[in-house]
Design a protein around this ligand. Structure first.
Ligand SMILES: Cc1cc2nc3c(=O)[nH]c(=O)nc-3n(C[C@H](O)[C@H](O)[C@H](O)COP(=O)(O)OP(=O)(O)OC[C@H]3O[C@@H](n4cnc5c(N)ncnc54)[C@H](O)[C@@H]3O)c2cc1C
Ligand code: SF4
Ligand code: SF4
Length: 485
């Protein structure tokens, strides 16, 4: 007897490789001031873009997101024009969604299957559509109070995420921040990308949680961290102090007037204390801070020339390609394979002596090492220099008993499970981008929950629904674990 013919396989979904263009402010107008560069999709554009998603059975996009944001689900809801539902799904896992929909480096998009055939789904931009076109003024609800207090030191993305995670689980949280504003290094991101108002929009949804924010309080020397545990009634402490100190070039002339540390320059700009720049601005560095500095200086220089000086080639630049492209469009001059040797000037910076570099074989990290070319020194005239070669943690007042590890990009972490330090009850973490900082804070807060549950003789439980509904945090179907690199 002939075998029954097997049913025909369903045709694989067709990929549309062409993205709905994200609206942008034209270059001529955007360089005049700090107006927003990227604009939101309209309702129709968002639905069209979301309909390009093929709703993969295994959600590569979700797996690549450090906080496991169920972007596949909010995209599905946007495609069905359910913007309220999409906003709720987004906020259910992501308490800093208003910030992230503008500045996240969208690791999800790099993993999106559509990228194999064309331009990946605009996942970050669809998050923005969900929040701006749906009902996003929701308020988080704490679960049953645990009557245990946790101190979080630092109100950057990691500190805010941990405060949310613990607040939703019913803990009483106090966030100690040394600055007068919240958001950590997000406070240095220029207004043409995001503003303070975005941080405040996200923080406003915390208002019913038992989370207290204390600004202007530096934990460390005058206020030792162990005092929180010994005297102030906290049962656990999470340090999320990030990398807020400037890293200098360490060359002669760096103290000349006109030489500015990038973090200070950008922070002052956002706080309305704009430092004037001249007509020949040089920015040293190749990362995102350097990119924000050149593009900000371009907006302040009013027709002056802004140049980026970087020691490797364009290919090795660690900056986000989107930012590099934006800078190029805005007329920034790039000088590659040049390193500053000294800064010169009488009473004010007037020139940068640079040497040219060759690139040697790749190091262990795969980056080619710059090698100075003898006799290649030249002087580039300038009246302003912005130094953007990295940041470091300010560990003053934190003792060796914590046994902290500094990551390759300089932020302090506990070496134990869930970022526990060597002092019981004290944890420490942070991250190389907003969403990575949030992801590691989520892990640390979950470990703190387990630590405190054990102290009260209970079992650790999953995160409850942050809007007070039934059920707990779930992983999307097919999901395995976030990819950490
Ligand atoms: C100019 C610039 C642009 C960036 N652009 C992007 C971007 O577009 N997308 C992206 O994803 N990432 C971006 N980043 C990186 C991102 O901002 C950081 O990775 C992220 O903020 C790290 O979060 P964190 O909470 O670990 O630390 P931080 O943001 O550094 O926060 C630490 C907080 O702790 C406070 N603090 C420190 N010490 C103490 C103390 N002793 N007591 C009390 N408070 C203390 C600090 O004041 C700060 O508020 C950018 C960074 C910079 C500098
Ligand atoms: S938070 Fe960032 S990485 Fe995660 S889904 Fe949103 S845009 Fe993608
Ligand atoms: S990987 Fe891309 S196509 Fe697949 S579900 Fe995620 S966004 Fe949609």
């Amino acid at each position: 007897m002939a075998a029954a013919a097997s049913p025909p396989k369903p045709a694989p979904p067709k990929l549309n490789p062409v993205r709905v263009t994200i609206p942008e402010e034209p270059v001529e107008t955007r360089v005049e001031d700090f107006r927003e560069v990227l604009h939101a999709y309209s309702r129709e554009e968002a639905v069209l873009e979301a309909q390009r998603c093929i709703q993969c059975r295994r959600p590569w996009c979700v797996e690549a997101c450090p906080i496991s944001q169920d972007c596949r689900e909010y995209i599905r809801l946007v495609a069905a024009s359910d913007f309220d539902g999409a906003a709720r799904v987004t906020l259910q896992e992501n308490p800093l969604a208003t910030c992230l929909c503008k500045v996240c480096y969208h690791y999800c998009e790099d993993a999106c299957v559509v990228k194999k055939k064309g331009v990946p789904i605009a996942i970050r931009q669809l998050k923005r559509a969900a929040l701006e076109l749906g009902k996003s003024d929701l308020v988080y609800v704490p679960s049953t109070p645990k009557h245990q207090r946790v101190a979080v030191v630092g109100a950057g993305p990691a500190g805010l995420m941990a405060a949310w995670e613990l607040g939703v689980r019913g803990y009483s949280v106090t966030v100690f921040e040394q600055e007068s504003r919240y958001g950590g290094l997000m406070q240095t991101i220029p207004a043409y990308r995001m503003t303070d108002a975005d941080v405040e929009t996200d923080r406003a949804r915390f208002r019913d949680l038992d989370v207290t924010f204390t600004d202007g309080t530096k934990v460390g020397r005058a206020f030792p961290v162990d005092r929180l545990l010994r005297e102030d009634g906290y049962e656990a402490v999470l340090l999320t102090i990030g990398t807020s100190a400037h890293r200098a070039l360490g060359i002669p002339g760096e103290d000349l007037p006109g030489v500015l540390p990038a973090l200070e320059f950008l922070k002052d700009l956002n706080a309305g204390r704009t430092t004037p720049v001249g007509k020949e601005v040089l920015v040293v560095g190749g990362g995102d801070v350097a990119m924000d500095s050149v593009r900000s200086a371009r907006r302040l220089a009013h027709g002056g020339r802004v140049t980026l000086v970087y020691r490797r080639s364009r290919r090795e630049m660690p900056a986000d390609p989107e930012e590099v492209h934006g800078a190029e469009e805005e007329g920034i001059r790039f000088l590659f394979q040049k390193a500053p040797v000294r800064l010169v000037g009488a009473g004010h910076v007037a020139g940068m002596v640079v040497e040219s570099l060759d690139l040697g074989p790749p190091d262990a990290g795969g980056r080619r090492q710059p090698i100075p070319i003898p006799g290649s020194e030249e002087t580039i005239p300038c009246d302003t220099v912005i130094v953007a070669v990295g940041q470091r943690a300010d560990l003053s007042g934190f003792g060796p008993d914590l046994d902290l590890k500094l990551t390759s990009q300089g932020w302090p972490e506990g070496k134990g499970t869930g970022f526990a330090t060597a002092v019981p009850g004290i944890f420490a973490t942070g991250g190389r981008s907003v969403v990575y900082a949030m992801g590691s804070a989520m892990e640390a807060a979950t470990a703190i929950d387990a630590y405190l549950a054990a102290k009260r003789g209970a079992a650790a439980a999953p995160r409850p629904d942050p809007f007070g509904g039934e059920g707990a945090f779930h992983l999307p179907p097919g999901y395995t674990t976030p990819i950490r690199v």
